[in-house]
Design a protein around this ligand. Structure first.
Ligand code: PLP
Length: 414
């Protein structure tokens, strides 16, 4: 008899971001240049101050303490202090990327069959982590017209069930680029306190907020010590996705204890990454403002360019380095595949992430794509030109009629 894969294994979703990769490879083999607007892999250099730390790598790559080295934890403490958040060392558990932090937080805060409320569209990998942790994600819909800000609190109350254990809030948001206002975070924090829920706040894009604004951390709010569980990552703020370092930061002792025990189970976060992370303390005061200015300029190139294209709708993204744009197509998965397989403009095309993969509710996102701006400005300008030519060409290829004519799927999805 053949052994059978587990039920949980069968339910594990494939990454909708990576599934177009073979088409991109084929385009490249044909000699077409592909601009990657589909994935959050920053092109900026990891700061030299961090790379230099590898010069002092030890002669034995040993396990480190499960919750992170004392030096790494202290450097994270210092980082949080710089953001007005005071934490004790045992309130920070160093993890293998923000990804492990999400899994630890979900597993610590909820059990098999429990529910987590999450605003959709959401970071698509939440689905994979929820599947691993045995949780059900209960989506609340945010809308493009509102800049994807939070739905009214009545909708949150209606989504509650006896199995609800936590709210998962990504602020600033991947995929929408929305930065929730302080009042919004306070409203959700009060909702969590009232109903005995954890607020698992994914703040990996904390500093990437534009137009002089800042993001409110769940750890900034009063009366949240038992409730707030922040998941964090060094990937994005230091252009260091490959080192795989993040943390869980919480003042809830039971949660940090459980996370530490899970951390012990997997022995150690990556040692070399913790060494590299120490270099963040050497970055001058200009580092974060410089990073923000660069991404803001990129956001502006894309927002100014794309919002002028007929049939494209987006509100100005406020943070992170993504946004979800409505585009004049009926099937964004087909459009994204067609861009790679059937289209090029001056020898190049773009790869975008179809939005359905960011929704839990079937049928949503078919007229939306997620775009990441992790390319230089010149490449982003070229990408806008490509999309300007691609959209009418696609509509002709699929006999959708001129832009502006309403399409069935668009009307239904709204
Ligand atoms: C919202 C969000 N949370 C967590 C992560 C995971 O980060 P890491 O690379 O640290 O695992 C990502 C990565 O794209 C993300 O966008």
């Amino acid at each position: 008899m053949k052994p059978q894969i587990s039920q949980r294994g069968r339910m594990m979703p494939a990454s909708p971001i990576r599934k177009l990769a073979p088409l991109a490879d084929a385009a490249r083999k044909r000699g077409t240049h592909v601009y990657h607007l589909n994935i959050g892999q920053p092109d900026l250099e990891t700061p030299a101050a961090m790379r230099r730390r590898l010069d002092s790598a030890p002669s034995v790559f040993a396990y480190t303490p499960s919750g992170g080295t004392a030096e790494c934890v202290a450097s994270l403490q210092e980082y949080y202090r710089g953001h007005g958040i005071v934490l004790d060392p045992d309130q920070i558990i160093v993890t293998t990327g923000g990804s492990e932090a999400i899994l630890f937080a979900m597993t610590a805060c909820a059990g098999e069959g429990d529910e987590a409320l999450v605003v959709e569209p959401f970071y698509t990998n939440y689905m994979a982590f929820a599947t691993m942790a045995g949780l059900r994600l209960v989506p609340l819909r945010a809308r493009a017209e509102d800049g994807f800000h939070l739905p009214p609190i009545g909708e949150w109350s209606r989504a509650l069930s006896p199995r609800t254990r936590l709210v998962l809030l990504c602020n600033p948001s991947n995929p929408t680029g929305t930065v929730y206002r302080r009042e919004e975070v306070e409203t959700i924090a009060a909702f969590c306190r009232e109903h005995g829920l954890f607020l698992v706040a994914d703040e990996v894009y904390r500093e990437l907020v534009y137009d002089g604004q800042t993001a409110t951390s769940a750890l900034h709010l009063p009366d949240m010590d038992e409730v707030a569980v922040v998941v964090d990552s060094l990937s994005k703020r230091y252009s260091a996705c490959g080192i795989r370092l993040g943390c869980v930061a919480t003042r809830n002792r039971a949660v940090s204890d459980v996370c530490l025990r899970m951390a012990q189970g997997r022995l150690s976060p990556p040692g070399l990454a913790q060494l590299v992370a120490l270099g963040a303390s050497d970055l001058g005061p200009d580092y974060a403002p410089g990073l923000v200015a660069e991404y803001q300029a990129r956001r502006d190139v894309l927002f100014d360019g794309l919002s002028q294209l007929p049939g494209v709708f987006l509100r100005k993204p406020e943070g992170a380095f993504y946004f979800v744009a409505r585009v004049p197509v009926e099937d964004s998965e087909d459009f994204a595949a067609w861009l790679l397989s059937d289209f090029s403009f001056q020898g190049a095309t773009v790869m975008v992430a179809p939005a359905p993969g960011f929704y839990a509710t079937p049928g949503l996102g078919h007229d939306e794509v997620r775009i990441a701006y992790v390319l230089n400005r010149k490449d982003l300008e070229a990408s806008v030109q490509i999309l300007a030519h691609a959209l009418p060409a696609y509509r002709t290829a699929r006999a959708l009629g001129p832009i502006g004519a309403p399409t069935g799927a668009t009307a239904e999805a709204r």
